[in-house]
Write a protein that binds this ligand. Structure first.
Ligand SMILES: Cc1ncc(C[n+]2csc(CCOP(=O)(O)OP(=O)(O)O)c2C)c(N)n1
Ligand SMILES: [Mg+2]
Length: 733
């Protein structure tokens, strides 16, 4: 097919790559063939090794080799950034990864640079080359690539932000950036059906980001043909409406033409014109993976048609036809590749395997422990000139002030989310026509006005977009502190939250990390909040290894824990109870610019001897009321424990309390069954069985959603009376 280059909407003319072979030298063409052939032969060796059960999975890059080599020739490893997918073996080889490193991943060796035996083969991660750890969910890399491109641009505009800071995560996060860098992201034709692909096009287009999107179109997603995924069967036709893009549609089995397309695309991005989109038509000669047999859904004739376009034979014929290599030269090159691969396989099969006791290494940062005393500081409340202490502030106020002070301290912090900006139409702010919004709960009010629109800005209404971009930014060393407007709407971001953000460090064996903060407004007791503005569900997130989960119940803790979340080196889900934002309970004067509460340290709200009540969030003030009433009316002394942080949680404080009182209730706002309390109760039953004088009780919401009518809401959520009754019953047991 002929390459189609579309004029971009900015009207900038395409870069012409001069000379024969689109500017590639004869040596480069030979090298291209060597890399492509190596890639194919690695696949062949892996297939053999899999059949011999010496590796455990195989997915090939066969048919996609020309695209990878062409891209690598037009881009720069260690300078540009790469979010490839599993078919990009040739890309990684051409960027500088070695066959030995690839075989190490196949055997799952300790020294596998991709993951140290944690990921399947072809899940690339080469920190030295700026190839960022890749996962298995199709398309989840795309929004992260957007965030990566945004980070590069941010550091170019704020070079001081890249400096190593002291006393927080910045000590362990080296930042590199180049003003003309480009981010490469690739995906298959089937993956264009994922919503995150479209969310990424949206932001890349809107922000004119230097991103090269590459769709490697082999016309199949396992057994599903392209016309089922893509209306009309051609993705190029669907995306042309996106402004600011440069588009290329190319025969991706032709390395020379594909190189030219990449060179034009990269030049367009480097100039700052916007993103590029390369649609490369390729083939898939080896079935989807070794677990698939394409003969079940593709007739021979179709497969033969593909085979006629095989990029390996095509390029070999090209070299012969052009007199660049003769048959002898080809044979010599191929023999050399095969000998080298044999040596690499032999070496990889001898490589040391990872030790079982290392499995939990790098779930969290090995450098900075947010439970340590480094994050334990005292409030410093400034007294006014009149000698008076400042007025107590609400949780909402203190979160806002903490964000502001941390942004002043650390230029790497950026804030985005839905409605978090004061006003996206900056001129209204500048002309002082409006006051500005700053979040639906006003938690980010005034931050855009102080720090500017490149540090505080609105995202599109798309939650995966928020978390995916934050992950990419954090990988590069920024500290995104993003907002999910309502916990009830966190679910579109669930793939990013469950399979990406918390896993970046572990799955790359500490090659990369992404310590972002996700602030989420959560919870009910709102009177009228109903089903979709009242949900809890924190246990779904405490169940994710690698994610810290925090849930403060008062203003002082919110300030201290938020500062710890921002300065620490792990991803944090920071849950803010909407009902507590402006509550009278738990107000506090601003505790100063360095106040921190360590993670995993509970607060004993009131000491007692008769029952332990373990809770957190909006149940804390309710349990306190019930406990006070119980003491007043029945003389029962409740020890009330506010966990404050749910992962990690403070087992020592719980255990000490249960040893003292021998009776325990775990109370939480979420639905009773399978909730956060289940884990705490199970631990108590397991570890403290002989300390108990009564069954371990839970008080929680009914197993339903929160209803709109206040009578129903009251009946569903745990109330002071429910807590009182349970405490009284247990004290009498
Ligand atoms: C979110 C998600 N859904 C399903 C899968 C299973 N799966 C793996 S690859 C694949 C097909 C991908 O097709 P395409 O994007 O065209 O890439 P190709 O393999 O053809 O290069 C599917 C369905 C997955 N990995 N992730
Ligand atoms: Mg495909």
């Amino acid at each position: 097919m002929a390459t189609k280059t579309y004029m971009n909407s900015a009207g900038v003319a395409d870069e012409k790559i001069a000379g024969k072979y689109q500017g590639l030298s004869r040596e480069q063409l030979i090298e291209a063939y060597r890399l492509m052939y190596t890639s194919r032969k690695i696949d062949d060796r892996e297939i053999l090794l899999k059949r011999q059960q010496r590796i455990y999975f195989q997915i090939s890059g066969a048919g996609h080799e020309a695209v990878g080599v062409a891209a690598a020739f037009a881009l720069k490893p260690g300078h540009d950034w790469f979010y490839p997918y599993y078919r990009d073996r040739a890309l990684c080889l051409a960027l500088g990864a070695t066959p030995y490193e690839m075989f190490l991943e196949g055997v799952g060796a300790a020294d596998d640079p991709n993951s140290g035996g944690r990921q399947m083969p072809s899940h690339w991660s080469f920190p030295k080359l700026n190839v960022v750890t890749q996962s298995s969910p199709t398309g989840s890399q795309i929004l992260q690539a957007v965030g990566c491109a945004e980070a590069g641009r941010y550091f170019a505009a704020h070079p001081d932000a890249a400096k190593k800071g002291g006393g927080d995560y910045r000590e362990f996060k080296d930042v590199t950036f180049h003003g003309d860098e480009v981010t490469y992201v690739s995906l298959g034709d089937g993956t264009t059906s994922e919503g995150e692909f479209w969310e990424a096009l949206n932001t890349a287009s809107n922000r004119k980001l230097p991103l090269v999107f590459v769709v490697e179109d082999n016309e199949y997603a396992i057994s599903v043909p392209v016309e089922v995924q893509t209306p009309g069967g051609n993705i190029s036709r669907l995306v042309v409406g996106f402004p600011n893009f440069h588009f290329e549609e190319v025969d991706g089995t032709d390395p020379v033409e594909t190189y030219a397309a990449f060179a034009r695309a990269a030049a367009y991005c480097r100039k700052g014109n916007g993103p590029s989109f390369i649609h490369a038509h390729v083939i898939r000669p080896y079935s989807h993976s070794l677990s698939d047999d394409e003969r079940l859904y593709r007739p021979d004739a179709e497969r033969q048609q593909d085979a006629a376009r095989d990029p390996i034979t095509r390029t070999q014929m090209f070299l012969l036809r052009e007199g660049i290599l003769d048959e002898k030269g080809i044979n010599r090159l191929e023999k050399q590749v095969e000998d080298d691969l044999q040596a690499a396989v032999d070496q990889a099969l001898e490589a040391a395997l990872p030790k079982p006791e290392t499995v939990t290494e790098y779930v969290y940062s090995p450098y900075l422990d947010p439970t340590s005393s480094a994050f334990d500081t005292q409030p410093a409340v400034a007294t006014g000139s009149d000698g008076k202490k400042p007025a107590p502030k609400t949780m909402a106020d203190l979160i806002n002030t903490t964000l502001r002070d941390e942004m002043r301290r650390d230029e790497r912090i950026v804030i985005f989310g839905e409605d978090v900006a004061d006003c996206s139409r900056e001129e209204y702010l500048q002309e002082k026509l409006i006051k500005g919004k700053g979040g639906v709960f006003k938690l980010t009010a005034g931050l855009q006005a102080e720090f500017g629109s490149d540090r505080v800005f609105n995202s599109p209404l798309a939650e995966a977009n928020i978390v995916g971009r934050a992950t990419g930014m954090a990988t590069r060393g920024l500290k995104p502190v993003v907002e999910i407007q309502f916990f009830d709407y966190i679910w579109p971001a669930m793939m990013q939250l469950r399979d990406e953000l918390p896993l970046i460090r572990w799955r790359s064996n500490n090659g990369f990390s992404a310590p972002a903060v996700i602030r989420v407004a959560i919870g009910g007791y709102l009177t009228g909040g109903a089903i979709y503005h009242s949900q809890c569900g924190e246990s779904i997130f405490t169940h994710i290894p690698g994610l810290r989960v925090v849930f403060p119940s008062n203003a002082l803790d919110a300030a201290g824990l938020l500062r710890t979340a921002i300065r620490c080196d792990d991803p944090v889900l920071f849950l803010e109870h909407k009902r507590l934002y402006r509550e009278t309970f738990g107000r506090a004067p601003y505790p100063g610019t360095d106040y921190m509460v360590p993670f995993g340290k509970a607060q004993v709200v009131q000491a007692g001897t008769d029952i332990s009540v373990i809770t957190y969030g909006a149940v804390v003030p309710r349990a306190l009321q019930a406990a006070q009433k119980l003491e007043r009316e029945h003389g029962v002394k409740v020890e009330l424990i506010d966990l404050r942080c749910l992962n990690p949680f403070d087992w020592e404080t719980i255990a000490a309390s249960v040893r003292k009182t021998n009776r325990v209730i775990v109370a939480y706002e979420d639905t009773l069954s399978w909730g956060y309390g289940a884990e705490i109760v199970a631990r108590i039953a397991d570890k403290l069985f002989d300390q108990l004088d009564a069954p371990v009780r839970r008080v929680a919401a009914k197993d339903t959603f929160v209803a709109y009518q206040p009578i129903l809401e009251d009946a569903i959520l745990p109330q002071v009376d429910d807590l009182f009754r349970a405490m009284k019953e247990l004290s009498e047991y």
